[in-house]
Design a protein. Structure first.
Length: 224
């Protein structure tokens, strides 16, 4: 089930109450008559040294969920890739219209019933090591929106036309070279005309473990 992105403003946060009379306005006890106070004033703290680290150039910009004319307000849900042991002979299909996924019997990457799905996640060789691969299904529009690209409707729709071939997610070097990293997104224009942006927020697993992926999915549905 999808929910509308955003919500009611919680309103301004109340400013903290001022200190009590005892702690803020009561005068300090005087020192003994004729004797100066033995407590010296504390020196002001030194300002922190400037950092040598520059902001990361690969930081993912915040998403702009503005809907253009002809599309409904963006909805937000979740999507993910969740492999099972290859010996169970299952492959996962993901529908980017709403983020739902289902499984069917694995058949060397062939799909019996696409059912409107855009992505396929399947075990390639079943050698006991991480060997799941991800690809776009035939006759779909899916592409990768790189981590430093604007996360917006226009950028996502444009990226959807670039294509997304098979990628072995257990190979970290291959993932990074292709740009499949945290903060990037898979974008699609679905068979229903929906523009979907599946953000890659978490990646877990590696060379000996099949990789799982999850993150928010933003959906701009075409209006009649």
């Amino acid at each position: 089930m999808t929910v509308a992105f955003g919500g009611k403003d919680s309103g301004p946060v109340a400013a903290p109450a001022p200190g009590t009379v005892d702690s803020a306005t009561q005068p300090a006890s005087p020192s003994p008559s004729g004797m100066p106070s033995s407590k010296e004033p504390e020196p002001a703290p030194e300002p922190p040294a400037p950092s040598d680290e520059a902001p990361s150039a690969s930081a993912s910009p915040a998403a702009d969920l503005t809907a253009p004319e002809g599309y409904a307000k963006a909805l937000s849900t979740m999507w993910g890739l969740a492999p099972v042991p290859c010996t169970q002979h299952e492959q996962q299909l993901i529908d980017l219209d709403d983020g739902t996924s289902r499984t069917e019997d694995e058949n060397n990457g062939a799909v019996q019933e696409p059912g409107g799905a855009e992505l396929l996640y399947w075990p390639d060789t079943c050698t006991g090591l991480g060997d799941y691969q991800l690809r776009a299904l035939p006759d779909t529009r899916v592409g990768l929106l790189r981590v430093d690209a604007p996360k917006s409707f226009d950028s996502c729709r444009a990226a959807a036309g670039t294509g997304f071939g098979a990628l072995a997610l257990s190979e970290r070097t291959d993932r990074e070279e292709r740009g499949f990293v945290e903060g990037a997104a898979l974008c699609s224009v679905t068979d229903k005309g929906t523009v979907s942006m599946a953000v890659i927020e978490h990646i877990a697993g590696g060379a000996v473990d099949d990789v799982s992926v999850s993150g928010p999915l933003y959906i701009w549905a075409a209006t009649p």
